[in-house]
Design a protein around this ligand. Structure first.
Ligand code: SAH
Length: 233
């Protein structure tokens, strides 16, 4: 199997045409100007964004845009979210080092790489086999050893591994998915974009002594969650 182009970048960052130092500067500026300046304060979260090479997670042709303040296409009609949104969702979860975290929508694997630096174990589900495979190769090359991958319909979660301390959904469903809430540990929380376009809202759900507390966050635009509890294809 030929080495995917994004892995070559991991092995030799100069392939992007930008020396290593410049990439580090761009990443640092992204953290300062797009993330910290907008109110993300958790030092562990900021450090995670300083260490993950976002340029490795975007297709070669648009790598020069890796640190832009926006979502980017990653192939098969899917996107890697805007850095600020990834950071906002990550901080909202309040992840601790011992946590088991479920992510729905592996996509490029960028969010999984961030979660892997903050949590004990990350369980990530993607419905498109090619995207999952590509993310697995890349995350292995980056040395992330605490991520478990699954190709399946994440709208029904990963019941065999439940309960999870934290759940992050990175594709939008029309409403809150009870299957996922059921897989949340007591004291845990979930963040998901909920609602029909163009009215999707990032929503945080906390489970406290069996009761759910819902906190609406900002308006967002995510690709659709396609599956049994999401949209039909
Ligand atoms: N977290 C990703 C961004 C994901 S975009 C990143 O950091 O790059 C949303 C992803 O959710 C897409 O890859 C899409 O294929 C996937 N997806 C959509 N419906 C899904 C489902 N039911 N189960 C698992 N993955 C799903």
């Amino acid at each position: 199997m030929p080495i995917p182009s994004n892995i070559q970048t991991v092995l030799d960052p100069s392939i992007t045409g930008r020396p290593d130092d410049l990439l580090r500067q761009l990443r640092s500026r992204m953290v300062d100007e797009q993330i910290a300046a907008r109110g993300i304060q958790n030092p562990r979260v900021l450090e995670a964004f300083r260490s993950v090479p976002r340029e490795s997670f975007v297709p070669e042709g648009i790598r020069q845009s890796a640190y832009d303040d926006r979502a980017l296409p990653v192939g098969q009609g899917q996107t890697i979210s805007q850095p600020y949104i990834v950071a906002l969702m990550t901080e909202a979860l309040g992840i601790e080092p011992q946590h088991r975290v479920l992510e729905i929508g592996t996509g490029s694997g960028y969010q999984a790489a961030i979660l892997a630096l903050l949590a004990g174990t990350v369980y990530t589900i993607e419905r498109l086999p090619d995207l999952s495979r590509q993310a697995q190769v890349l995350l292995n090359a980056l040395g992330c050893t605490n991520i478990r991958f699954r190709v399946s319909d994440g709208s029904i979660g990963w019941p065999e591994e439940a309960p999870f301390d934290r759940i992050m959904v990175t594709a939008a469903a029309p409403e809150l998915i009870t299957d996922l809430v059921d897989q949340l540990a007591d004291g845990g929380c979930l963040v998901a974009p909920i609602g029909n376009e163009p009215d999707q809202r990032l929503t945080k759900i906390e489970k406290v002594k069996g009761r759910l507390i819902e906190r609406p966050m900002i308006g967002v635009r995510f690709v659709r969650l396609i599956g049994a509890r999401g949209y039909s294809e």
